[in-house]
Design a binder for this molecule. Sequence first.
Ligand code: ZN
Length: 155
Amino acid sequence: MDKISPEARSRNMSRIRGKNTEPEKYIRRLLYHAGFRYRIHYRELPGKPDVYLRKYRTVLFINGCFWHRHEGCRYATTPKSNREFWENKFTRNVQRDKDVYDKLQSEGYKVIVIWECTIRKMMKERDFETEILFSLIDEIKKDSLKHEKHQPVHL
Ligand SMILES: [Zn+2]
């Protein structure tokens, strides 16, 4: 495992998708300690949000930068082989996300996306962690009605 360069490792990390990833558990832990209560992978809502805060009518998606194509992010690389395959796949992923967010917002849910690279930086830098956690709590507590016509919040 230590033969992998840090760069290759972070690239691997950014490819992880699926549930209960390390960044996901980290954010849940922070929210829990901040006093929030929530459901996870909530099946009754479009896109099975990673975190659902019923009290605030708010959902959180913890997105891997590679799969969900974080714009301008260094983790959103495109593999050199089978380029067309990947590009099609990514286009579908992005469209699927957009459809899910639209649907949730039209049902009056506030959508917050937290990118994996933000979380990784939070895990490394205490000040940054505090800063982002405060903005997150701020967004969660905002009146959801004001969000209806807005784009999802990205952190
Ligand atoms: Zn990113």
